[in-house]
Design a protein around this ligand. Structure first.
Ligand code: UD1
Ligand code: CA
Length: 480
């Protein structure tokens, strides 16, 4: 039986390098660009374009961490890891892959093998699609090139004459001053015929400035074997920018951020300033959302339609409903804000909070692990931690839940405050937890509540006022 499906390609990703110039404790390929590690951004594109591929990741530096993090992502395609114990260059990394079972199978099945570096997080789905096209019979390799106005650091494409056949790639450190003027560069993305690749990497030499086995040397190897090389000029250089130092990391995040913002803007999100906002690719924003300057949206965050954000709002891993107003402040890891909530300015949501429909959280209010019920209001200068507040509750200015006093109760050092529906709390009150203010109760201003308040009752917990006529005079210095 002849299968009509195109052969599923094999993909090798080079991720063993130390990335010394990144000055990071993380292995280079796990460094995030716009919140997502570079390596995952590449794997995400593969999942999008070629989910039936077999993928081998060459690991070395901090390999256990890289493997653990990749496994936790649960990609649907099979991922195998190949160890490159010592980093002797890109050619050596591919040699390790081709000598493994992964590489042997690719040779046996006469596959096209796509090789990708782990430090090009901006490669697009279109780019991968084109590079995954099976090679024509007799073609040994396809190389992707780009014209860069500043080609420093990249391997230069040396051609016969100006536009003739490619002869070799010369690395920055090996290039003559004349070769350094060449603006066409190789970007470390190639498709190879598996057998050519396996033989080629086994024959590489390391006689060069860096004493490394260069994968780029396979170009001159193909030329001397009179094999066909296809070159493919990618005309959008932004997609093939490598990340080799913190400056290039910032450039890459600028590019990715601009792409994300463009996508949202075309989907109906209105940005008042395209340049001052940062939005991770993992964020979902519905249409009719208005974004003021200085908005940062990180991680898996969802924003419902008609919500107005900013200026200066930071949202991380949280859900914001529709028709909300979120002004200056707010982080809210693992928090939820339902529809029509007004938040801020300077509200600080700490992890695990939930603000239900139509509620209002005003300025300088901090919530931690707290639920605020529908239509309730905490308008000014308050702290609520480990609290459960019902519906239509009014909390006056300057309320504090005293959730921590050093005692351990039922194994917990933080104690709970429950405020049931329709409670009214006057200004400047404290609730010493664990405590419950029952349905419809009324707490007088300035009270420190230490005992359960029964439903519909009034609690006053402050000293009664004493007025002493004329006494003020005695307290003031004589003669005033
Ligand atoms: C490489 C290319 C260069 C190209 C540039 C594009 C070579 C010799 N040079 O240079 O022509 O213009 O990419 O971005 O191929 N790696 C390993 N094991 C190693 C060495 C590297 O796995 O022993 C991995 C790194 O983790 C990285 C990738 O290979 O993800 C590229 O290595 P890097 O050192 O960044 O190469 P460049 O100097 O950028
Ligand atoms: Ca690189």
């Amino acid at each position: 039986m002849v299968s009509t499906n195109p052969p599923s390609p094999s993909i090798v990703i080079l991720a063993a390098g130390l990335g010394k110039r990144m000055f990071s404790t993380l292995p280079k390929v796990l460094i995030p660009v716009c919140g997502r590690p570079m390596l995952f951004q590449i794997l995400d594109r593969i999942a999008e374009v070629s989910p039936r591929s077999r993928v081998a990741i060459v690991v070395g530096h901090q390999k256990d961490l890289v493997m653990e993090r990749v496994r936790a992502e649960n990609y649907q395609f099979p991922v195998s890891f190949v160890e490159q114990a010592e980093q002797k260059g890109t050619g050596h990394a591919v040699k390790c892959a081709m000598e493994s079972d992964f590489g042997k199978l690719a040779v046996e099945k006469k596959e096209t093998v796509l090789v990708l570096p782990g430090d090009l997080p901006l490669m697009t789905a279109e780019l991968l699609r084109e590079m995954l096209e099976p090679l024509k019979r007799g073609t040994a390799m396809r190389i992707l090139t780009a014209n860069l106005s500043d080609p420093f650091g990249y391997g230069r494409i040396v051609r016969k004459g100006k536009k003739g056949a490619v002869l070799r790639i010369v690395e920055e450190k090996d290039a003559t001053p004349r070769e350094k003027l060449i603006q066409e560069v190789g970007v470390s993305i190639y498709s190879f015929q598996a057998q050519f690749l396996a033989t080629g990497v086994s024959q590489l030499k390391n006689q060069n400035a860096q004493k490394e086995y260069y994968l780029t040397d396979l170009v001159s190897a193909a030329v001397s074997k009179k094999r066909t090389i296809e070159t493919h000029l990618w005309d959008s250089p932004e997609d093939v920018r490598g990340v080799n130092n913190p400056y290039e990391l910032s450039l890459a995040s600028d590019i990715l951020n601009a792409r994300v913002i463009k996508k949202h803007a075309l989907n109906g999100v209105r940005f008042l300033d395209l340049k001052s906002c940062r939005i991770d690719p993992t964020a979902e924003i519905e249409r009719d959302v208005i974004v003021y300057p200085g908005v940062v949206i990180e991680g898996k965050t969802r924003i419902g339609s008609g919500t107005v954000l900013g200026p200066n709002v930071h949202l991380k891993n949280m859900t914001v409903g529709s028709g909300c107003e979120v002004k200056t402040g707010t982080v809210g890891e693992d928090s939820t804000i339902q529809d029509q909530v007004k938040l801020g300015p300077y509200a600080h949501l700490r992890p695990g909070s939930e603000v239900k429909k139509g509620a209002k959280i005003g300025n300088f209010v901090e919530l931690k692990k707290t639920i605020i019920g529908e239509e309730s209001s905490v308008a000014h200068l308050s702290y609520l931690g480990d609290a459960e507040v019902g519906a239509r509750v009014n909390i006056g200015c300057g309320f504090v839940t005293c959730n921590f006093d050093g005692r351990v109760i039922n194994g917990s050092r933080k104690h709970k405050t429950v405020i049931e529906d329709d409670v009214f709390v006057g200004s400047d009150c404290q609730a010493v937890a664990p405590i419950t203010l029952k349905r419809g109760s009324f707490i007088a201003s300035g009270s420190t509540i230490t005992e359960t308040v029964e439903a519909e009752s009034l609690a006053i917990a402050r000293a009664r006022q004493v007025n002493k006529p004329g006494y003020a005079k005695k307290l003031k210095p004589q003669g005033t």
